[in-house]
Design a protein. Structure first.
Length: 300
């Protein structure tokens, strides 16, 4: 009975939402054109009204900032992951708060539903499940962020290899190291190349050396290959070393490294698929041989 009431309530809420959406009139084409054609005025720094979850996330972020954890290795790794994935720290903290709240409220809802159905579950067990789900949910959110950051770093390494090859081609054409770096960063609209290009352009506007900009980007995004590239460019800009041969060798090393990573990932995927393939083969053999075995056993 309780389940029927809950389903009826959810159905009614959904129908009300559909009706309200159908009644809401969209903006007319004339109003859209008028708003688009108006010149943009000066931006007003108005305080943003945050929902309750965002306020909780801001409070959590404020309690963590300035502590010893932010300067630790884990804190720097998490910060670099948020920077490379363009994740807002407040949104990440809000996601942690929402996930924790869903775990607690979900456990309470399941306990109430079971109690309404007449299934008795100890309150202590429900509390233990709720408390145990909090670190698991938090770890799941953090691991998801770190996995996305790892994928974007892998893509960034591929772009660095292509970037180095383009720099070598520009150097072979007689362009200087500074011009070769800028020309290589403007070839593709990829986000990684644009990130390198913005750093190089900022260094050019401020009169700073390009290797310092590359090193800052590598340290900010936690990409050691970019820091090593900045060291190579530094030697070329200060010591006058044979930069073209050195960059060509570094580009070849990056390609070999990416090829080895791709082969190891393919081998790991093959090993993970061995057990499902074996189970599929076993099920196929049982499906084929079951009639014959059934007849043989039925003949006795």
């Amino acid at each position: 009975m309780t389940g029927v009431v809950v389903l009826a309530a959810l159905t009614g809420i959904g129908m009300l939402g559909v009706l309200s959406g159908l009644r809401t009139a969209g903006p007319s084409l004339e109003s859209v054109w008028t708003a688009w054609s108006q010149p943009l005025g000066p931006r007003e720094d108005r305080p943003r009204t945050l929902p309750f979850a965002d306020r909780m996330g801001s409070a959590l972020l404020g309690s963590v900032e300035g502590t010893r954890w932010t300067s630790s290795a884990r804190g720097r790794q998490l910060h670099a992951a948020m920077v490379i994935t363009a994740t807002d720290p407040i949104m990440f903290a809000t996601r942690l708060v929402v996930t924790a709240g869903v775990c607690v409220l979900g456990t309470v809802a399941v306990w109430l539903l079971l109690a309404g159905l007449g299934i008795s579950v100890a309150l202590g067990a429900a509390v233990l499940v709720a408390l145990g789900s909090l670190p698991v949910a938090t770890l799941l959110v953090v691991v998801t962020l770190l996995r996305r950051a790892s994928e974007r770093r892998r893509h960034f390494r591929v772009v660095i290899g292509l970037f180095v090859d383009l720099v070598v081609l520009s150097l072979a054409g007689g362009v200087g190291i500074d011009g070769a770096l800028h020309a290589a960063s403007l070839v593709t609209p990829d986000w990684a190349a644009e990130r390198i290009g913005r750093a190089l352009q900022a260094a050019r506007d401020t009169g700073g050396p390009p290797w310092v900009a590359l090193a800052e980007v590598g340290e900010e995004l936690d990409i050691p290959e970019l820091v090593e590239l900045s060291t190579t460019v530094l030697l070329a800009g200060t010591e006058g070393t044979r930069i073209r041969q050195t960059l060509a060798a570094r580009g070849a090393a990056l390609r070999r490294h990416e090829q080895a990573d791709a082969e190891s990932a393919a081998n790991a995927m093959t090993e993970r698929l061995f057990l499902p393939g074996a189970l599929l083969l076993l099920g196929f053999l049982v499906f084929i041989g079951f009639p014959a075995v059934h007849r043989i056993l039925g003949g006795f």
